[in-house]
Write a protein that binds this ligand. Structure first.
Ligand SMILES: [Zn+2]
Ligand SMILES: [Zn+2]
Length: 220
């Protein structure tokens, strides 16, 4: 049996999931830590990637809707693809058309620390903000959800969707469910995205007040 990278730490190993015989794990500890995420993909991996019809899987992301209201967690569909350098670690291809209304994406923004300074605590995972190519086009509707978070901030256009990526950070093609903490970091990103003198509404202020002192946000 050939060596393949562990799904969690990328150390080469011969041990693999007994059900799908695809995902490798160097130890039972790493297999356990990935169990919840892997559970939804195991059957697809066992049946083979060519068995997929359209986008059979779902991952949770946070939508900042152009039409306004609070950010909300939604399901985004995806399929498994081939990642040529590591065939046992599948690539995640997201179905972005229904959430963005457009797949001509601008470069995603990655957020890796919970603060603006390099000394801020690392998140331990990567967050990725995805938006359309026309996010700054004045002809498009302003995103009222982001506008509410930061009335004097950057005038984002169209929907914006936040994803959580599995570590290690340099491989951002795999996605995991966002948490409420991730929603807070994305909200903070928008709240601090303007001139630093944003007037925040009560809900956003309460969310930011809940963050321990000395912790800031940073964007890479
Ligand atoms: Zn490992
Ligand atoms: Zn499996």
């Amino acid at each position: 049996m050939a060596l393949s990278p562990c799904q969690v730490c990328f150390v080469d190993t011969r041990k693999r999931c007994a059900a799908c015989k695809t995902s490798h794990y160097c130890s039972s500890e790493h297999q356990r830590s990935d169990r919840r995420r892997h559970a939804r993909e195991c059957a697809v991996l066992a049946a083979g990637l060519d068995s997929q019809v359209e986008f059979p899987l779902k991952v949770k992301a946070v939508l900042f809707p152009v039409s306004g209201g609070k950010p909300r967690i939604i399901d985004v569909s995806y399929r498994l693809g081939h990642w040529p350098t590591t065939p046992n670690i599948p690539k995640h291809d997201l179905d972005l058309l229904p959430v963005l209304g457009d797949t001509r994406m601008a470069l995603p923004v990655t957020i890796q620390r919970d603060g603006p300074k390099p000394s801020a605590p690392p998140l331990g995972h990567t967050l990725t903000l995805v938006h359309t190519l026309e996010y700054a086009d004045e002809g498009r509707t302003r995103n009222r959800c982001i506008e509410r978070i930061a009335p004097k901030g950057f005038p984002w256009r169209g929907n914006a969707v936040g994803f959580r990526n599995t570590p290690p950070a340099e491989r951002i093609a795999q996605y995991d469910d966002v948490t409420e903490d991730d929603v807070r970091v994305f909200t903070k990103y928008f709240a601090e995205g303007g001139d630093g003198r944003n007037v925040l509404d009560a809900d956003t202020q309460a969310l930011l007040d809940a963050i321990p002192r000395g912790v800031d946000t940073v964007i890479f």
